[in-house]
Each structure stands twice: as structure tokens, then as C-alpha cells.
Design a binder for this molecule. Structure first.
Ligand SMILES: [Zn+2]
Length: 55
């Protein structure tokens, strides 16, 4: 499953994972507050996709 990671804080940018199936950053959702640090994320340059393998 792919998750959106906020580069600045290193935490998940979204609570749910809307990118899990389409494998793309949901550009139409910007800007939105980061789920981890609540800072506003303005664009895809501030996030990265990470594959979460589960543990
Ligand atoms: Zn953050």
C-alpha cells in the first residue's frame, strides 16, 4: 500500500490513503494540512510516496 509522506516531518501527510490504488499523488487535494504536524502542504514537492509494507 502506498502512503503519502510529508518530507518535512517524515510522517504520513494524510490519515487515509487515497493513493493506495491509483499510485499517484492526489494533486487536486492540495493544499491540505499535514495529518502528522498540521502544517499546510501546498504541493507535491512537499510530499513523497512511500510503500508501506506493514509490520
Ligand atoms: Zn507534516
Amino acid at each position: 500500500m502506498l502512503v503519502l509522506i510529508h518530507k518535512e516531518c517524515g510522517g504520513p501527510a494524510l490519515d487515509e490513503s487515497p493513493v493506495g490504488e491509483v499510485c499517484a499523488i492526489p494533486i487536486d487535494r492540495f493544499p491540505f494540512p499535514c495529518f502528522s504536524c498540521l502544517e499546510e502542504i501546498d504541493g507535491e514537492s512537499e510530499v513523497r510516496l512511500s510503500e508501506e509494507i506493514g509490520f
